[in-house]
Design a protein around this ligand. Structure first.
Ligand code: ZN
Ligand code: CA
Length: 312
C-alpha cells in the first residue's frame, strides 16, 4: 500500500514539474476579428520580369518610392487627401495596412524582396484572356517559362513588374490584379514599369504610383467605384460598399467636383475610380472595412493574417 502511494506521489510530482519546467510561453489566440486599431503589415516581393528585346529601367530606389506611396495612401498619410470635397471628408479612412519589402524568402534565406530576371515575356503573358487557357500557359508566373514563380500567397503579396506596351511601344495598360481567391500561382498584381513608383519623367497620368494603390485595392477585394455596365444599383453590379455613392461609369483624366451621375455627386477622387494619379487620393471607411474583412476568420486572406500573426 505504502509503496503504491509513494509511486502515485512521484508520478504526481513529475507531472507538476513537467508543467513548471515548460518554458514555451502560452500562445496568444489569434483574434477572429482583426482589432480595429491593428496595423496589418504585408510582406511584398517584387518580381521584375524585364523584356530583353527592349529592356526597361527600374531602379531599387524607384521600387522603394512605390512602397512609400502605398504606405502613405493606405495610412491616410498622403497629404492630398485634404483635397477631398467637404461632403466626403468625414468618410476618408486610414485603412491600417502597411507594406514592406520581404526580408526572408520562402526557403528562409535573407532577401531584399526584389528579384530580377530577363526574357521575352511581357505583362500580357499574365492575362488569362480566356478561362479555357490553363494557368500553366501564363508564362509571366512561371520561372521555367521566362517569368517568375509566385511566392506563397499566404505569406506575401506578389507584384510582377512587366512590360505592357502596345505595338507602338506606348503604354496600353498600366496594370491589373488577380483577385482574392485566385489560384495561388497567379495571386498578385502586375504593373508596367512606367506606372510603378514615382515617375517624374513618365506619363503624368501614372506618375504618382497610384496604379499600385488601385490594383492592390482589387487584390484586397475592392471593386471599381462605378457600376458594372452603367448600373446605378449598389448591389452585385455596384461596389458592395455602402458609403461610396453609386456612380454610373468611370471618370478619367482630372475632373472637377462636382460631377453628377445616378442623382448624386460622384466620388471620382476615390482610388477605385480611373482618374489620373494626381486626382485620386482617398479610400472610404466602408472600403477599409471590406478590405480588412478579408483577414477576419472565414475571410479569403485569413491564412496570410494568421501567418503574420505567428511571425516573430
Ligand atoms: Zn481597376
Ligand atoms: Ca457604393
Amino acid at each position: 500500500m505504502k509503496a503504491n502511494l509513494l509511486w502515485i506521489v512521484i508520478v504526481f510530482m513529475s507531472l507538476v514539474n513537467c508543467g513548471e519546467s515548460d518554458l514555451v510561453p502560452e500562445q496568444e489566440p489569434i483574434p477572429d476579428i482583426v482589432p480595429e486599431d491593428e496595423i496589418i503589415t504585408i510582406p511584398v516581393v517584387i518580381h521584375v520580369v524585364n523584356f530583353s528585346p527592349d529592356p526597361f529601367d527600374i531602379s531599387d530606389d524607384k521600387i522603394l518610392s512605390q512602397i512609400d506611396v502605398l504606405n502613405e495612401d493606405y495610412r491616410k498619410k498622403n497629404s492630398d487627401w485634404l483635397k477631398t470635397p467637404q461632403e466626403f471628408k468625414n468618410l476618408v479612412a486610414d485603412v491600417g495596412i502597411e507594406f514592406v519589402l520581404a526580408d526572408v524568402d520562402p526557403q528562409g534565406n535573407p532577401t531584399m524582396g526584389i528579384i530580377r530576371t530577363s526574357s521575352d515575356v511581357t505583362g500580357f503573358d499574365g492575362i488569362r484572356f480566356d478561362q479555357s487557357v490553363p494557368i500553366e500557359n501564363l508564362a509571366l508566373y512561371f520561372t521555367s517559362k521566362g517569368g517568375q514563380d509566385a511566392w506563397p500567397n499566404d505569406q506575401y503579396l506578389n507584384i510582377w513588374i512587366a512590360d505592357l506596351s502596345d505595338r507602338n511601344g506606348e503604354l496600353s495598360l498600366a496594370g491589373y490584379a488577380n483577385l482574392p481567391g485566385a489560384d495561388a500561382r497567379i495571386d498578385g498584381v502586375v504593373i508596367d514599369p512606367r506606372a510603378f513608383g514615382i515617375n517624374s519623367s513618365s506619363e503624368a497620368a501614372y506618375s504618382l504610383g497610384r496604379t499600385a494603390t488601385h490594383e492592390i485595392g482589387h487584390w484586397l477585394n475592392l471593386r471599381h467605384i462605378y457600376g458594372k455596365d452603367g448600373s446605378c444599383e449598389d448591389g452585385e453590379d455596384g461596389d458592395l460598399v455602402e458609403d461610396t455613392p453609386v456612380q454610373q461609369s468611370q471618370n478619367l483624366g482630372n475632373p472637377v467636383h462636382p460631377i453628377f451621375s445616378c442623382g448624386n455627386a460622384s466620388m471620382f477622387m476615390n482610388f477605385m475610380d480611373r482618374v489620373d494619379d494626381k486626382s485620386m487620393y482617398m479610400f472610404t471607411i466602408g472600403q477599409r472595412n471590406r478590405m480588412r474583412n478579408l483577414f477576419n476568420k472565414g475571410g479569403l486572406r485569413r491564412e496570410l493574417y494568421e501567418r503574420l500573426y505567428d511571425a516573430p
